[in-house]
Design a protein around this ligand. Sequence first.
Ligand SMILES: NC(=O)C1=CN([C@@H]2O[C@H](COP(=O)(O)OP(=O)(O)OC[C@H]3O[C@@H](n4cnc5c(N)ncnc54)[C@H](OP(=O)(O)O)[C@@H]3O)[C@@H](O)[C@H]2O)C=CC1
Ligand SMILES: O=C1CO[C@H](CO)[C@@H](O)[C@@H]1O
Length: 289
Amino acid sequence: MAATWTRLAKCPTVALANGLQVPILGLGTSHQGGYSHRAVVYALRECGIRHIDTAKRYGCESDLQEAIRESGIERQELWITSKLWITDYGYQTTKQACLESCRRLGVDYLDLYLIHWPDGRSPTTSSQEIRAETWRAMEELYDEGVCRAIGVSNFLISHLEQLKEDCSIVPHVNQVEYHPFQRPQELVDYCQSQGIVFEGHCPLAKGAVFTDPTITELAKKYRRTPAQICIRWSIQNGIITIPKSTKEERVLENCQVFDFCLEQQDQDLLNHLTPTRRMIHLTYPLWNG
Ligand SMILES: NC(=O)C1=CN([C@@H]2O[C@H](COP(=O)(O)OP(=O)(O)OC[C@H]3O[C@@H](n4cnc5c(N)ncnc54)[C@H](OP(=O)(O)O)[C@@H]3O)[C@@H](O)[C@H]2O)C=CC1
Ligand SMILES: O=C1CO[C@H](CO)[C@@H](O)[C@@H]1O
């Protein structure tokens, strides 16, 4: 176990526009597939994970408080991201939802708070208006120090362009689906040009990439698993990645990605892979740029 910790202690970070450093590898905690207290404690205590991605929607913020407490890891050593769910969009509700997430997590600040999806739900206001109002509350949460960084998730270029008209703080992060089958390069480039850090979610495409012949061949070549190839690929592209597993042995496997390197030709292969399967969030464009 100590060896893994040593490797993760060297886990690179990605700098946000305000200078904060985000560990490039985090742990996802989506409700899909369930929550495992043991896996989270194991990730923190035994694997050296210091970055947790969660959301009100996942329903596990209170469980995470318990896992963090049990891990014994100090608050200031952790990077905790949570997200505002669509039913809370709006000025007052956003502020309240953030404080409630903090309370459930047992923290007095979040490292990063994201608007989970671009489309809020309100019968009376247009989405752009809701987003602007919501963002104003996010900016205040940032100014008040409740959130050390603020951002968005699943925003397309059009959403970011609209938000630009209304915001005084540019989102620090845009968290979007990113794996070898879904490579929104135009969006990645746009974010970079605006000083927005692009973060990848769903890095294993929930397992769909594991049977791809190119990925399985690379796994054989490097004597690694398909999951490790995908995680390493994201890291080598400089993209923050947050795989989730409820199994301790897989959490460990997903962390063992700092002791090998994909050759440039193999990185390029994955950067140009033709997806063999359509993935999640089907309402979104399929990117393979
Ligand atoms: N902002 C957003 O809208 C979204 C954010 N996210 C975030 O990204 C995180 C990761 O995405 P997620 O949707 O969970 O999916 P992932 O791409 O991380 O895949 C998770 C699935 O892969 C399995 N798995 C994990 N590691 C391995 C391994 N080494 N070998 C084989 N199978 C493995 C898991 O099963 P098992 O548990 O059995 O190991 C689980 O079924 C989320 O948990 C969430 O935090 C995700 C989707 C949308
Ligand atoms: O983060 C996520 C995980 O699951 C949700 C579905 O309930 C998604 O909407 C979301 O993007």
